[in-house]
Design a protein around this ligand. Structure first.
Ligand code: SF4
Ligand code: SF4
Length: 263
């Protein structure tokens, strides 16, 4: 990694299409924020400073999905300038809510229904996709928004030249640690078995089912969860909508292979 005159790594924090919740979460690290700005040379962070520079970077943290032609160019430019790219948040990692509709015709019909025949002057909207549809991503930090402790530990490790250590198990594990009764046993559709841990099973702790907002866990057995929910009487479209809600391409791709199965 190259260091500037101050011997600090150069970092850029970018926001594409999303709610800006991950950038806000970084800003919300009030106690640690001064340390972060002292440990690294923050070259670009629109939400935090106005003197932003588009130069070469050691690390780019990118929030949000790619939803316009302008953002396509932006993400390619970020990749060109950054040695390491980290996708932060569910939208950058998997597309998020705005990537729920994957069929091109379905997306175009939805767009037309909402916006009519409007012509955008500054940029052309495109079907929303996670950033790895366009560039190579080095690390993924999911969450909706990301978790503060995981963010600080990830940044700390990357600044020291180490890969981040993220949870590689599902929400069910955290749910068991928290001694919750399983909602699936009560026939409540919970996506905990296929969702990456990290949130502390916060929804189930409050008796609400997991809707998958941290995205799919590695090697998620989506077919098995689908089958289980079908056996519990939920129909194909209900399950598809539930799984496609947050995870965009992450879980909904599975349904492309299920053509013909309806219930
Ligand atoms: S309630 Fe949900 S997260 Fe908890 S064990 Fe059951 S399926 Fe897993
Ligand atoms: S929806 Fe699931 S992953 Fe998201 S916060 Fe709730 S329990 Fe955690």
């Amino acid at each position: 990694m190259t260091k500037n005159n101050n011997n600090k790594l150069k970092i850029g924090i970018y926001e594409l299409t999303g709610c800006a919740g991950d950038a806000l979460l970084i800003l919300d690290c009030e106690k640690e924020l001064v340390d972060i700005f002292q440990a690294a040379d923050i070259q670009s962070f629109l939400m935090a400073k106005s003197d932003n520079i588009d130069g070469e970077l050691d690390i780019a943290l990118v929030e949000g999905s790619v939803s316009t032609e302008k953002e396509k160019k932006e993400i390619l430019d970020i990749r060109k300038r950054a040695k390491t790219v980290v996708a932060i948040g569910i939208c950058a990692c998997f597309g998020g809510i705005q990537a729920a509709f994957l069929d091109e015709k379905e997306w175009e019909a939805n767009f037309k229904e909402v916006y009519g025949n409007i012509k955008m002057k500054h940029t052309k909207p495109v079907q929303s996709k996670p950033i790895d549809e366009y560039i190579k991503v080095d690390y993924y930090l999911p969450g909706c928004p990301i978790d503060k402790e995981q963010f600080l530990s990830t940044l700390n490790r990357i600044l020291r030249g180490n890969p981040p250590e993220l949870y590689r198990f599902s929400v069910c594990v955290e749910c068991k640690w928290n001694e919750n009764d399983c909602l699936l046993n009560k026939d409540i559709p919970c996506l905990g078995p296929i969702t990456r841990a990290g949130c502390g099973s916060i929804c189930i702790n409050h008796n609400l089912p997991c809707v998958g907002c941290w995205g799919p866990v590695e090697e998620a057995n989506i077919a098995s969860e689908f089958q289980l929910l079908r056996e519990k009487g939920f129909d194909h479209d209900f399950i598809k909508k539930k799984m496609a809600n947050f995870s965009g391409t992450g879980m909904a791709d599975f349904f492309g292979k299920l053509k013909g199965e309806k219930g």
